[in-house]
Design a protein around this ligand. Structure first.
Ligand code: OFO
Length: 163
């Protein structure tokens, strides 16, 4: 049985993952509205990943006999600026999520909740990958700038992201 403290912390993280999904959907729509179909696709796949992250935590919570407490998901902004700004905001967001996952992992250790610790290891690794991927995209965007032909080449590359 999961402790009330861990249950509450996991419910909070589920809400954070759902908020990430909403944020990336809004960013995707923003890119689509500005004709960056490739970035829109990449962000839409990212939104689906965030929904899957929430689902995985929900299943874990239920498997441990915990209670799911879904909370209101804060509405994201609708405007995010240039594509470079969108991806910079994505990187900042992911860095924030890494901090949340680390705090959750630390809590699992304090609580001697080994099952949560093992499950959260997957999220720790995932954050390393997410920050690396987004960091690379931001670096490429800085290299090409957000005007000229290279940005459209990058956009078509972003459109090839698999699910
Ligand atoms: Fe759930 O990994 Fe991004 O936020």
């Amino acid at each position: 049985m999961i402790s009330p403290t861990m249950q509450d912390a996991l419910n909070t993280q589920i809400n954070i993952e759902q908020h990430s999904a909403q944020l990336y959907l809004a960013m995707s729509a923003h890119c689509a509205a500005n004709s960056f179909k490739g970035f829109a696709h990449w962000l839409s796949v990212q939104a689906s990943e965030e929904t899957a992250h929430a689902a995985k935590l929900i299943q874990f919570l239920l498997d441990r006999g915990g209670r799911l407490q879904l909370r209101a998901v804060p509405a994201p902004a609708a405007e995010f600026g240039s594509v470079i700004e969108v991806m910079e905001k994505t990187l900042e967001h992911e860095k924030g999520i890494t901090g949340k996952i680390s705090a959750l992992f630390e809590l699992a250790r304090e609580e001697k909740d080994y099952a949560s610790e093992i499950t959260l290891q997957w999220y720790v690794t995932e954050q390393v990958e997410e920050e690396a991927n987004v960091g690379e995209i931001v670096a490429q965007l800085h290299a090409v700038g957000d005007k000229g032909g290279a940005i459209w080449y990058l956009d078509s590359k972003m459109g090839k992201r698999g699910a």
